[in-house]
Design a protein around this ligand. Sequence first.
Ligand code: MIG
Length: 797
Amino acid sequence: MITNTELEQKGNQFPNSVKNIRQEVDTLYFTTENNVILELTVLRDSVVRFRYGTRGILEEDFSYAIDPDNHIGYNHLELSENKNFHIVTTAKLIIKIEKISLQTKILDTEGNLINEDELGFHYEESFTLGGNIVKMSKRSHPGEAFYGLGDKPVHLNLRGRRFSNWATDSYAFGKETDPIYKSVPFYIGLKDKRAYGIFFDNTFKSTFDFCQERLDVTSFWAPGGEMNYYFIYGPEMSEVVQNYTHLTGKPELPPLWTLGFQQCKWSYYPESTVKGIAKKFRDLKIPCDGIYLDIDYMEGFRCFTWNKEYFPDPKRMVKELLNDGFKTIVIIDPGIKIDPDYWVYKEALENGYFCKRADGPDMIGKVWPGECAFPDYTNPEVREWWAGLFKELVGEIGVRGVWNDMNEPAVMEVPGKTFPDDVRHDFDGHPCSHRKAHNVYGTQMARATYEGVKKYVYPKRPLVITRSAYSGAQRFTSSWTGDNVATWEHLWIANNQVQRMCLSGMSFTGTDIGGFAEQPTGELFARWIQLGVFHPFCRVHSSGHHGDQEPWSFDDEVTDIARKFIELRYTFLPYLYTMFYEYATEGIPMLKPLVYFDQEDPHTHYRTDEFIFGNNILVCPIIEPNSKGRRMYLARGRWYNFWTEEYLEGGRELWVDADIDSIPMFVQEGAIIPRYPVQQYVGELSIEELKLDVYYAEDTIDSQVYEDANDGYDYKKGRYSLRNFKLRGKATDLTIQQHKGGNFETEYDTIKLHLIGLPFRIKKIKVDNVAYDLNNLDKEDKFLKLPEDFSVVQIIG
Ligand code: MIG
């Protein structure tokens, strides 16, 4: 144990005795004798913000992460004291602040200790750079587990490790590489089956130590800014993640086609190649909704231009692709080529929109176009200008989505591969150096891009995809995990990263299926597709240096497997859309790691491979070559094997067969899974009936299906359809009630129930109290056709 005296000798300073307390509505200010201020704000009964200032000063309050629309409101706030502590009580938490040190302990209302400061807040003045190095240390407990932190390519449970947050272009990163592209300084702690979260909203290069330096201590610090963190109590992990997502924001619904399959490569050109790829998808009947143009579509890598030799008439091409169901997405990087004849460069130069070095000149760095300058997206005026640049690309040419790359920002041939620290940023009117703005640069670029695409794609909905991100980026953009590698280890990484991103508020994420660098074997590609179709964002991408990476680039068997799983994804579209709706409205992650699904079961705390797709499908990818199946953990509860419909008791490890054309998949009993027919792209077919796979349970289970026009904004005016189902299973009957919300008329008139696992023989069926002619029942498959607006169906044995 290091003593305070030793730490003080190292230059650390500590708050001492509280001399003054002031309350302003939901905020309390505790000031110490040595002029440290703790500003404690109650946002919700279970969400409390702790912010510390020194020398009696708090900075002007500003955050890029916090959603300006986040709702706050609590039921109870009371300040009291005893001999040693000031005590703040909410309806869910008791926060004790030690009078002599400002150290805090947070308990639930039953008195269970949830989290407690070790040294608590302390700081070191930074004589070289100015400001403070702000630090926090917390006690941690044996068995306490840690999750979150965005895109870290490591084991889901972060315990025993140290990480830093500094957005970094990480070509061919590996397991353990840290940091990589994104900075999400949010983690979840799970102690004694109770979950809490800590969001350290500080954009500097923060570090988190989860019991690595000392076994019983978790700490986090940053070389500038304020100690400013939100404490979010559960006790359910779902409540922590949802509250974090409320705080940092939720996305709007994307157009449904973005949940389809997308194909990318560096690069498809010229036009004939793009068309050839598109045609091949249709010829081979492999569904696909999006095709990407990487940097070579531009003229000398100048953003917002086209290479007219490769793409003589982009508007025509984009339209022709669209006629065949393909939406075109193009890449846009932040580096603007220094070229006095290039209008984008000229406009930005004349208006002073580029980032500048400390002493005045523009920040210049080499990227794809050669020497470039870089817009300062942290300036609102620059963002508005940037958004306007999409008028032609999106509004006139018809591009439907924009892909933002290199926005860490990445710079070639320099140490650190990014801007030097002295570069200046506006930071929305809080001028600062790159040390503070670095981690948000990518998000502010994606935000400006989003504003532009959204404006010019209207009345359709936009798609933006980004490589770099800071907390809150999910309000504007989807993301991918950057330049991974075509190895089996990376398949494991991909699985962990997407689950971790889902826990970190950023569900709309995928990986480069098959791997970006190097070339996958057919087997690896097949296994990756099998996992990738369960990721919220589903795109194949590759560097193109080693060969082709389309679903048909291997052999016929792999092509068939790719088709089978992409088709499976298309049948799940209404299920995917409903999970996106739950994410967009309630902040519920689209994928749930097993520990999120059942935190009470300690077996889940160190699981990495199994996850829940949506609410009730458990998936476990095959991540080793030459597998005929694998051992895996089936979470507690009762499940049906998706492929065989075998009924299984969970809470145990088991072997599951999964030859090269299969993946272990289980559906929780009581689930109602909506399915569409296979389409080659969203909207190809008019949906004639909605199929519901009903998995019998002797229980009462609720589920829902969200649908709307699949694009556009009418849903905001109530034109959506939300079907709520209540399934009630008893030994000899099964009842399903439907309640419909919203006023969107779905295209289909029929709902087709597919009954799975009925433990009795059907003797009678009643639909809205009228007997159903059993001759209409397909007895083999137990298909039951109902009018889409049925209220109740009773299946009686
Ligand atoms: O320096 O645009 O991660 O997806 O294909 C490489 C070319 C730049 C890196 C991205 C990758 C993209 C590639 N880009």
